[in-house]
Design a protein around this ligand. Structure first.
Ligand code: IVH
Length: 368
């Protein structure tokens, strides 16, 4: 028997769906988020909790049923050969331990489970399709099924090989990864934009997304975008290495950049140790991260674990807590709108944020 649903829950769900969709559009389509990562994650977690409790209220248009964002119309649309999925999030050690327990239960608990630990890169997810080793197409994730064709823009990224080299190159290969703007390049870009009287980007992720979504590839070419490959999409190849980390090594041999901070952990405690170590290292890394990702390393085990609607069961993103800072309220001004409505606007003392003077709270990171 499904639980009967109080009217207040129905109202809250409708409100959450609308709010989350609107924030996703601001984030993915307009590159202009107004919520912090944590605030967005909290809304999304509330939606998932309610939908879990009342599954009869899950509708096809719920943001929980969607993996990414609606594609922009100016770019040609490309249907992904295999869908680009999302990752479930863990915010606490207990959630990570529960993830490990679920995996142990689904596999046989006596089986050894090895994890690949990687930084969760705060960039833009892309899919690169190589035919006989030649870069044929590149697409954004879009809604996970259909993305935007950004081939011309991707070709301007020097780090991305137009031709793979080496042995055993598959007939067809999809490489998935993150396009990002290194921290220093982001600071330089924002200084340049400000000097030219243009609006600076809120964070490196938005700068990368904005740069990648330029309809004129010449503008993209001026932005020193970088790339790390982090997973395999569709492939026509029988002889795959049996582990995720070996696939990454194979990517590197073919000339694809992979993140040097990836490590193998033999226990979940070692994963948590990796998380702590990377959190310490985070300010010194040349790129932005917003957590770490743990992936079951064995492809055979990954296959047995499978997927739930929007994410694989064999991986989880362990997010870093939101960075917080305190500042002083200097003044409150009232803006008068066209209709005469008054909007109070706070003037805050700028604080140093990730090396940049900023006014808190900065919106940031990746919602996915
Ligand atoms: S693996 C099926 N590894 O996070 C899982 N994703 O929430 C495929 N991301 O859009 C993703 N760093 O682009 C993976 N080391 C990493 C990642 C990573 C960042 C992004 C990814 C995806 C999002 C999922």
């Amino acid at each position: 028997m499904p639980n009967s649903v109080p009217a207040s829950i129905k109202r809250r769900l409708t409100q959450l769906k609308q709010e989350i969709s609107a924030h996703r559009d601001r984030y993915y389509l307009l590159d202009d988020p107004i919520l912090s990562d944590t605030e967005f994650d909290q809304l999304f977690a509330e939606l998932l909790r309610l939908e879990n409790q009342y599954p009869q209220l899950v509708t096809a248009d719920s943001p929980s049923q969607r993996v990414g964002a609606t594609p922009l119309s100016q770019f040609q649309l490309l249907t992904h050969v295999s869908p680009m999925l999302s990752l479930d999030n863990a915010f606490t050690k207990e959630e990570v331990l529960a993830f490990n327990r679920r995996i142990q239960e689904r596999l046989k608990s006596q089986e050894t489970i090895e994890y690949a630990c990687e930084p969760k890169l705060d960039g833009v997810a892309v899919n690169l399709s190589y035919v006989q080793g030649t870069l044929q197409r590149a697409a954004t994730r879009g809604d996970g099924q259909v993305g935007e064709d950004i081939t011309l823009n991707i070709r301007t990224i020097q780090q991305i090989p137009l031709q793979l080299h080496g042995k055993n190159i598959p007939k067809y290969l999809e490489v998935r990864g993150e396009v990002y703007l290194p921290k220093k390049a982001f600071q330089r870009l924002n200084r340049r934009l400000s000097a030219a009287g243009e609006k600076p980007f809120v964070n490196p992720r938005n700068a990368a997304a904005g740069s990648l979504r330029q309809l004129d590839p010449k503008i993209t070419a001026q932005r020193p975008l970088a790339f790390f490959a982090h997973s395999l999409g569709a492939i026509k190849e029988e002889n795959l290495p049996p582990q995720h980390t070996l696939i990454l090594q194979q990517f590197a041999k073919w000339g694809l950049p992979v993140c040097p901070q990836t490590q193998v952990a033999h226990t979940i405690e070692a994963c948590l140790h990796y998380y702590q170590a990377l959190a310490q290292e985070r300010p010194n890394l040349p790129y932005e991260i917003d957590g770490v990702v743990y992936k079951v390393n064995s492809l055979a085990q990954q296959q047995r674990l499978g997927f739930i609607s929007r994410a694989p069961r064999w991986a989880i993103a362990h997010k870093f807590p939101a960075e917080e800072a305190t500042t002083r309220l200097l003044a409150i001004h009232f803006q008068v709108g066209r209709t005469g409505a008054l909007t109070p606007v706070a003037r805050l003392e700028p604080v140093l944020w990730g090396g940049l003077p900023s006014v808190i709270p900065p919106c940031g990171g990746c919602h996915s």
